[in-house]
Design a binder for this molecule. Structure first.
Ligand code: ZN
Length: 677
């Protein structure tokens, strides 16, 4: 009887549903909680960890006969990790952008603790025993098992207790050093002072953003990335550029050099205990490169191939400096951005100031959203009255164009704020994953930037590299919010390190195409006025200038990273950095330079991984070439890319994902074409 009644009710509901379409899904004003008071972050974090620890304790007791069951062992483990990640990702990200200093401090401490917690978790043999014998039933489960087993094995699970304890202690030590390293950078209060005359050449909007000394005679400049780039690019005075560069290269101070050395020593020990020849091999195992040698060979091969073009780039800049000083000149690192800009203006009639008037930030974003919408079959809409922490922050919902269902959300927090992290980057706040009710969790990402506002509330005007940055970070955002992977551990940006930049670089390269640039352009005073053909020609020509120099800088940093992380004996980071700088770029770093003290990548996950930027570029160009074939006009290719790459995180190995998209094995043809080699 009850059953029949239910059936009738169900039928009625079904008829009602068929006769009137479902109302459009209303976006959430707060897809993930980000507004916290002091004290709440730690308690939220602690509660999440306590819950996970209880669940892990139960899992560790799983009876032996149940350990082959995916549901009871590995999938349960994945679910515990996914639940934990959901509760912890946002609170541990507040350190980057929270408006309350205490909240940021708490978040920073929790983020560091969380990183240690996860590292230590994979050293637990009771959990390993509970999950390692799970029998996968399909390829997705196989991939998940492979991923977790590899992490356990790299954490020394094959070792006896004494050695495993040693390895665990070294892992904790690395986390502590990394945490302190970032803290030293964040806490660095160094400033440099310049008179107005010393800053001649620096654009007015930057000057307006600098504080002044109490007597008003000098500008106070913090050695942050944006300020550094601006001063070394625009200041006419070489002494000013040198002073700015040195200040930027000293952020973190000698204490960070010691921390880096200690972390490298601990990593060497971990690699050795886990049975690897070096930390380079340890890190690359499971990534596309596979071994440190493959990565280093790629870097050295590229270095040799583009050497003639690098020499030409350097010669041009030397000549430009010589012209300023009436004779032969020695080029220094703080000269290169300045003279590169001068050459661009003189030889390519490239006028950055005139060009950027066509790229106001809001216009670029509108254009970018439109392009991504058409190509990837999505619709991006602003969520009105969103719960945000600063009036300049915006929240967007992303819908699938066909079904209009909401796929995910992203925040744009693009302006500089006191206390906010001073980089441009994307952070995942919630990962996509399959929930127990069969629906996908809606992922949430945040794009953090540090643009400086212009006078009044006018949007900033972007240089071309800034347009590329916006495209790049949005590529990361799409990777997170379009993910359709059942497991959090393999979802979105949780992919092998040397593959993770592919979606961002691919989109970044869109911003070098004439059609795309024209589409996102619009003069800030008259939006219908597009960038001219002539300017686009100049831009295309100028993009090839100094190309080799830019790769040489990345090659130098990548080789320093790999040298420090493959050496059998401790090396002095500063001496290694300076020597390799001279060997690669042919210039000297000045006395007192501490570049490695602020090279956060080596203490933030890119250790023995900096090569990834060039590595994934090779594949990004290969993928881009598919879009170029149809002049970025094919929604079919866009849909294929979304399905094969953006939705699939690391549910298959990157080479298989690329093969699915390309219909063939990836190659370096398009990358070489771009480089002209
Ligand atoms: Zn990136």
């Amino acid at each position: 009887m009850k059953k029949r009644l239910l059936a009738v009710l169900f039928l009625t509901v079904l008829i009602a549903a068929c006769s009137s379409p479902l109302p459009p899904e209303v976006p959430s004003r707060e897809p993930v909680r980000l507004l916290y008071q002091a004290g709440e972050v730690v308690s939220a974090y602690d509660a999440a960890i306590r819950k996970a620890e209880d669940e892990l304790a139960t899992l560790a007791q799983l009876p032996a006969p149940d350990r082959t069951s995916m549901e009871k062992s590995l999938l349960r483990f994945e679910q515990i990790l996914g639940d934990l990640d959901d509760r912890v990702l946002a609170v541990t990200s507040l350190c980057y952008f929270g408006t309350n200093a205490v909240v940021r401090e708490e978040s920073f401490a929790c983020a560091a603790e969380y990183s240690s917690f996860i590292k230590i978790l994979y050293t637990r043999s009771d959990i390993y025993q509970a999950v390692r014998d799970a029998i996968p039933r399909d390829d997705d489960e196989k991939q998940l098992l492979k991923y977790h087993r590899k992490r356990f094995e790299k954490s020394g699970l094959a070792l006896d207790d004494a050695k495993r304890n040693e390895l665990t202690a070294a892992l904790s030590a690395v986390s502590d050093k990394e945490r302190q390293f970032s803290k030293n950078i964040a806490d660095d209060q160094t400033t440099v002072e310049f008179t107005a005359a010393e800053l001649t050449g620096v654009p007015q909007n930057y000057l307006d953003s600098f504080a002044k000394t109490s007597d008003g005679t000098k500008y106070i400049v913090r050695p942050e990335y944006q300020n550094y780039v601006c001063v070394v690019t625009y200041a006419h005075s070489a002494a000013t550029r040198q002073k700015m560069m040195l200040a930027y290269h000293q952020v973190g101070g000698p204490a960070n050099i010691t921390l880096l050395s200690e972390a490298i020593d601990a990593r060497r020990k971990i690699a050795s205990l886990a049975g690897y020849a070096s930390w380079g091999d340890y890190q690359t195992d499971g990534r596309m490169a596979g071994t440190a040698k493959t990565a280093v060979d790629m870097l050295n091969g590229l270095k040799t191939e583009i050497k003639p073009r690098f020499d030409t780039d350097m010669q041009k800049m030397r000549e430009a400096k010589g012209a300023d000083f009436g004779g032969a000149a020695t080029l220094d690192l703080w000269d290169t951005p300045y003279y590169a800009k001068k050459i661009k203006k003189k030889d390519y009639s490239y006028d950055t100031e005139a060009l950027k008037e066509y790229f106001p930030l809001d216009g670029v974003l509108d254009g970018l959203f439109g392009i991504c919408g058409e190509l990837f079959g999505i619709q991006i809409e602003e969520v009105k009255d969103a719960a945000v922490w600063d009036r300049a922050i915006k929240l967007y919902a992303t819908r699938d164009l066909a079904s209009l269902r909401i796929l995910g959300y992203f925040y744009l927090d693009l302006y500089h704020r006191e206390g906010k992290d001073n980089r441009f980057f994307m952070s995942a706040l919630l990962n996509a994953r399959l929930l127990s009710d069969g629906t996908y969790q809606k992922p949430v990402a945040i794009f953090l930037g540090n643009f400086v506002r212009r006078v009044g509330d006018q949007p900033p005007l972007l240089e071309q590299w800034e347009v590329e940055t916006v495209f790049h970070e949005f590529g990361h955002v799409l990777h997170v919010i379009l993910s359709r992977v059942p497991y959090s551990s393999l979802s979105g940006y949780n992919v092998p390190w040397d593959y993770g930049e592919l979606p961002s670089q691919m989109l970044e390269f869109f911003a070098r195409d004439r059609k795309i640039l024209s589409r996102v352009s619009g003069h800030y005073q008259e939006r219908s006025k597009k960038v001219s053909e002539e300017m686009l020609n100049q831009l295309a020509a100028v993009n090839t200038f100094n190309l080799s120099y830019r790769y040489y800088e990345k090659i130098w940093q990548s080789l320093v990273d790999m040298t420090l992380h493959t050496s059998a004996i401790p090396l002095d980071p500063t001496a290694t950095c300076n020597t390799m700088f001279k060997d690669t770029l042919g210039m000297e770093l000045p006395a007192g330079d501490l570049f490695m003290a602020g090279f956060g990548h080596l203490m933030g996950g890119y250790d023995a991984g900096y090569y990834s930027y060039i590595w994934s570029e090779v594949y990004a160009w290969d993928v881009l070439a598919e879009f170029q074939k149809t002049n970025f006009g094919s929604a079919e290719i866009g849909a294929k890319y979304r399905r094969a790459i953006l939705e699939r995180g690391a549910i298959r190995d990157p080479s298989d994902l690329l093969k699915d998209f390309l219909g063939r094995a990836p190659n370096d043809g398009a990358f070489r074409k771009w480089l002209g080699i």
